[in-house]
Design a protein around this ligand. Structure first.
Ligand code: BTN
Length: 259
């Protein structure tokens, strides 16, 4: 069982996860974190849970995670950034979680735009950002992170597309150690992006983006676009070459096609 004291034991951060709310059961850690953020919880406050009854992902999907096996958490940020930065924040989180997972497991993580983390082409982690805006500035952002750590069996509908760190390493991974590494990476990259902007994040994301130069389809609101990924724009969009033209997309469900 993940407890606040156990998670904080050896934590090296100054602000992130200094306050932790932990639950055996919750509907969604993002719901709880949003309620706390609305009541002025301080930046860096974390909600963790062993099980979510209504865990959600992007595009209205469900996030399924076995009890006691994974990391399910949300963290409250209050960045003084314009609302447009909401497209860059997922890349920051993806880079931070990737570097933490790589440090703890030695595995090589792939970033799939906008919010997915893969190993060997299979998804092991997802990121869901939900924010509140006040006069074109972000009031707060809740970053929800689900990492398949020690789950080794998956529902049939995602069995071919999902993986976990235990499955990839061949041994269980200590969730508290990984939690502390994720918090250190999130805080370190956050401090540098607040001081210097996102220019340092983009190359770190692109270095892990195995989808670059690959053919993909992007579906949104019933339409599907095909093209070759050229990279990400300075404002976090996906740059897609479609025939002779380039388009920058800010939302959609990406499928990487076999070449
Ligand atoms: C996705 O891949 O579509 C994003 C998945 C995000 C899942 C996490 S688990 C913790 C937090 N609480 C939720 O309800 N969702 C996020």
């Amino acid at each position: 069982m993940l407890t606040p004291d156990g998670l904080k034991d050896g934590l090296k951060t100054r602000r992130f996860a200094r306050k932790i709310f932990s639950f055996d059961d919750i509907d969604s850690t993002n719901n709880c974190a949003k309620a706390l953020a609305g009541c002025w919880a301080e930046e860096g406050t974390v909600v963790v849970a062993e099980y979510q009854s209504a865990g959600r992902g992007r595009l209205g999907r469900t996030w399924l995670s076995n009890r006691n096996e994974n990391l399910i958490l949300s963290i409250i940020l209050r960045p003084s950034l314009q609302t447009a930065a909401i497209n860059l924040l997922p890349l920051y989180v993806a880079v931070a979680v990737s570097s933490a997972v790589e440090a703890v497991t030695g595995l090589r993580v792939e970033c799939k735009w906008p919010n997915d983390l893969l190993i060997g082409g299979r998804k092991f982690a997802g990121i869901l950002l939900e924010g509140s805006v006040n006069q074109n500035e972000l009031d707060y952002v809740v970053i929800g992170i689900g990492i398949n750590v020690n789950q080794t069996t998956f529902p049939p509908e995602i069995n071919n597309a999902a993986t976990s760190l235990a499955h990839e390493t061949g041994h269980p991974v200590d969730r508290a150690v990984l939690f502390r590494e994720v918090m250190s990476a999130l805080e370190g990259h956050y401090d540098s992006l607040i001081a210097n902007g996102f220019s340092g994040i983009l190359p770190l994301w692109a270095a892990r983006a195995t989808m670059i130069n690959k053919p993909i389809t992007v579906s949104l609101n019933g339409t599907t676009l095909s093209g070759i990924v050229k990279g990400v724009s300075r404002d976090g969009g996906l740059v897609l070459q479609t025939g002779n033209a380039e388009q920058t997309l800010f939302a959609g469900d990406v499928t990487i096609l076999k070449e």
